[in-house]
Design a protein around this ligand. Sequence first.
Ligand code: PRP
Ligand code: URA
Length: 207
Amino acid sequence: MSLKIFNHPLILDKLTRMRRKETSSKDFRENLNEIAELMVFEVCRDIPVVDVKITTPVAETIGKTIDTPIVLVPILRAGLGMTHGIQQLIPTARIAHVGLYRDEETLQPIQYYAKETEDIDKSIVLVVDPMLATGGSASAAIDIVKGWGAKNIRFVCLVAVQEGVDVLTKAHPDVDIYAASLDEHLNEHGYIIPGLGDAGDRIFGTK
Ligand code: PRP
Ligand code: URA
């Protein structure tokens, strides 16, 4: 496994906008999608390309193309806030869904939905969720995705803490983790500090 933390100025600036409690739901969503789009450029840096013979208006040549399918797996609800941005760069990506919520007392993930895509075993799979807190939701989502046969999995989040990274790494040592920021710690309610609050509520304007 590898852990990549993006300390890129454009991403850090957008993340700071998201962290501010006065930021509107609209601005929160826009910045989330923009960060996801910027991150996926790097997340896909090493995906394989194959030669393809093409004809330009003036010559024949060999181009490069991606022929490995890419599947996004947003963890509902908050992961949905990242899919549009990623699809801007990978419009052919299929989308599978995993629905999980954290029990407020136990912080354990409860599954309520799962919908796979075809050929996920042959695909590069990006499991996406803005928050990696205790690591329970990410680990459970990846259990489900592996149960569908996925073998090549990357986890992409905005804000992580070391506790969550450790839990996810122990559960799935084969999965590389990409995060915009590694924050300080979890509070007694399992919220990331300083974090950005409840990502799902801020995306969807609930609570
Ligand atoms: C949030 C977040 C992650 C999870 C992270 O979802 O989007 O899925 O918590 O916490 P963990 O690492 O401790 O498991 P939440 O359960 O609030 O559901 P929601 O997206 O529907 O708001
Ligand atoms: N889920 C969130 O939405 N925010 C946190 O800080 C932790 C888990």
